[in-house]
Design a protein around this ligand. Sequence first.
Ligand code: ADP
Ligand code: MG
Length: 653
Amino acid sequence: MAGVLLELSQVSRRYIAGEQEIHALREIDLVIRAGEMVAVVGASGSGKSTLMNILGCLDQPSEGSYRIDGQETGALTSDELAGLRRDHFGFIFQRYHLMPHLNATRNAEIPAVYSGMDKASRRERARELLARLGLGDRCDHRPSQLSGGEQQRVSIARALMNGGDVILADEPTGALDSKNGREMMGILHELHGQGHTIILVTHDMQVARNAERIVELSDGRIAGDRTNPDRVVDAPGGPLKSFPSDKPTRRFRASWGRFAEAFKMAWITMASHRMRTLLTMLGIIIGITSVVSVVALGQGARQKVINDINAMGTNVIDIYPGKDWGDEDAGGIDTLVPSDLEALESQVYLDSVTPGASTNQLLRYGNKRASASIRGVGEQYFRVRGYEMARGGAFGRQDVLNQAQVVVIDQNTSKKFFAAHEDPIGKVLLLGALPCRVIGVTKEKEGPFGNNQNLEVWIPYTAAMSRLLGQHYFDSITVRVRDGVSNQIAEQSIVKLLRQRHGTKDFYTSSSDTILKTVKKTTATMSLMISAIAVISLVVGGIGVMNIMLVSVTERTHEIGIRMAVGARQNDIRQQFLIESSLVCLIGGLIGILLSYGVGLLFPLFVKTFTMKFSVLSIVAACVCSLSIGLLFGFLPARHAARLDPIEALARE
Ligand code: ADP
Ligand code: MG
């Protein structure tokens, strides 16, 4: 006689239902040997299903011990129990418990996915099993496209997928008509003949007499346990011929296979709830779109400002009288004088130096008149400021020494006084009462804050000071630092030099370098604020994802139950939901990035002065961010799913 395979001793199972305690099983002693075919019979509510669930490691006894092949199950972890279910048991349920969105083949192969069989062999085996069960032409049908008998045969294929040493069939004929029921029993006989241990639960004595041993339950106790001398075989030799019972090969890439399966499942779920998936993504899409766009906008604006400042010349330092910007007494300070200019000109670290003495004058030419700002400057001014000439040229050293009455005008002034076809060069403008000849017109140059509408006229500072202003000091001196010399050091040296000359620091310096630093600091603060808003919007999106994932878990509790029954580990379930939430967020994030690129393309239609600037870093950050949101907010729902009780989950439909 074959050895003892399953052994229950003094097993009780109690349920707490509200105030009440229900004894579903009381002190059961039962021994089942390998290769037996046992029928468990009893009235409804006598505890048959409870017994079955304990035998199949889906449930555990409240008291007593259950040994499988001598191994005590009480101390096993849920994953070890899942392992036993996966490798040794095959369940057949009254209501088939197939997954509605998978076809017959994919339903049958699920246990092999969790045991790590590679894809090609598990598909082949599933098709072979289905073919032997007479479903060769139904492999690609979904459960809803199959009859009850066919669905039950798919569930048999699933039970046999990993070998199915012990077949646990809970009312397998309960939902079938008598013909299909007989066929079902025929299959079970075949399996028994091939050495499978069969445990069959039924309330129908007609079905039970197929078994060689009948165990009768009543009120949770064993009321009878007898061999069945007049065993009737309803349909000897069903459609089943022979099953290969070789163990599936375990592969190194098993966990990758499980991951791929979980990924595919997540994909199928998302695809079958397109609208809901999209709405779930919406929070993430909006969040990522706005963040990426705003960052790109900020980057673009910042780049624009930096470019403008660079155009002004980053190596330019202005020296003004007074203590600092807006010094009230600055007007009375007359210490920036031509000898300072000479001293600065002799400094090796300076490329060029120009003084400035400004005034506003009424300009006249013919009968046209306009107010313009007149700047008395040195011959190096245009080099210092980086002006280029559109026509003519700038005045030279000699013009400065001679106090020459020559001017360079800007585009605004040129347009104001001269028609497009008219050449301004050589024309004489009146600056107040001073006639001056135009010798040059500058090219348009954008300032940091767009083009200004001022009319600008430059005249040698000597002429401006003696003929227009009647002053002997400058309003400012501007220097250009030699390439390769640090602005900071140059600035320090200038301050030292002038302080020595003036005996006191009655001037201040301002360089575009400092402005640049301020701009960079300001934009950094802005970025920080934007990031804070981004985090908030993404958290809101993440909570939306979590919410839908919890709904999804609830909706798919039954599916989770099936997966657990055929041997999915907690980790497999957790993984599936984590992948789903990550996928939702990642796809949402990618859509968000694409949308913000779209915004970037449309942006120039509305704003001409600068463009949005997308950095690789912000794109990568957006992807990483959405993925982490998926993992973070998917964690709770996934854990919830993984911790479900398989029996309760299976009962939910
Ligand atoms: P059978 O399969 O023989 O009809 P069950 O094993 O399903 O019987 O149930 C045995 C008893 O345990 C019944 O009284 C049933 O109401 C109770 N029972 C089963 N499952 C639960 C549960 N999850 N919670 C509370 N009571 C339960
Ligand atoms: Mg039952």
